[in-house]
Design a protein around this ligand. Sequence first.
Ligand code: COA
Length: 257
Amino acid sequence: MYETISAELVGKIYIITINRPDKLNALNKTVIRELGEAVDEVYENPLIHAAIITGSGNRAFAAGADIRGFAGLSKEEGILLAKQGMDVFFKIENAPKPIVAAVNGFALGGGCELAMACHFRICNETAQFGQPEINLGLIPGYGGTQRLTRYIGKGPALEVILTGNPINATLALHYGLVNHITAPEELMNKTKSILLQIISKAPLAISKSIAAVNAADGKSDGYSLETKLFGECFATEDVKEGIAAFLEKRSPVFRGI
Ligand code: COA
């Protein structure tokens, strides 16, 4: 179905794998388009409750945008390329279901930006994050200047972007860029086990939580949005079930309504 990625529904979790291991899963135009299509599926398919984005092989999540596609670009083409990636990454960030990056090696440039667009990140011990665009005479173009700064702060972000130096797994954990580090063989199990816990909760509360947390971006009135979404939860059947289950000392059965 796809040329450069694979996507498979395992239980309720959609596993999206970038599949160009010989190019360290570099993100060419086809990968970006196909990632967008797979994320549309996450939005639309009611059988999908969560997704994982990862890379094939054991070396890379994604070693960046495909540098071959940069050669000879005009200013206008550069803007278009950035916009195409940003649109897909916004779609990931604003998805109503959790999308988590399982980072299994290099996450450089656009790969780091893709991981940062996900709702959170788990990595293995070999992971390396970074924004090495400066080495090409470029700056990050898929949201890296914004999300990295938000996640690790201005000073560290500027050091990473201006030196182009990689961030290893331990430093990424220290910065809060990743939530957990695992052994390579444990990465998918750990990511799945966190998602299984999440998707046992009320789906509408999950999507409202994501929307409210996303609004903590300094641009929106996140407090107003939280108030509105908190109120909206009381119009759901699941909140009645959640409260009843607590009072009856049983596990809730959420239905997403
Ligand atoms: N774009 C296009 N191709 C890439 C790529 C990228 N971002 N990153 C790696 N590749 C390709 C290499 O060209 C090579 O292809 P080839 O075998 O046809 O020559 C293949 O992936 C393996 O990479 P290689 O450089 O040989 O592996 P390495 O182990 O020596 O080095 C890296 C690994 C990640 C350090 C190195 O590939 C690299 O620096 N990649 C670019 C990272 C980058 O600048 N990303 C940001 C782009 S905006």
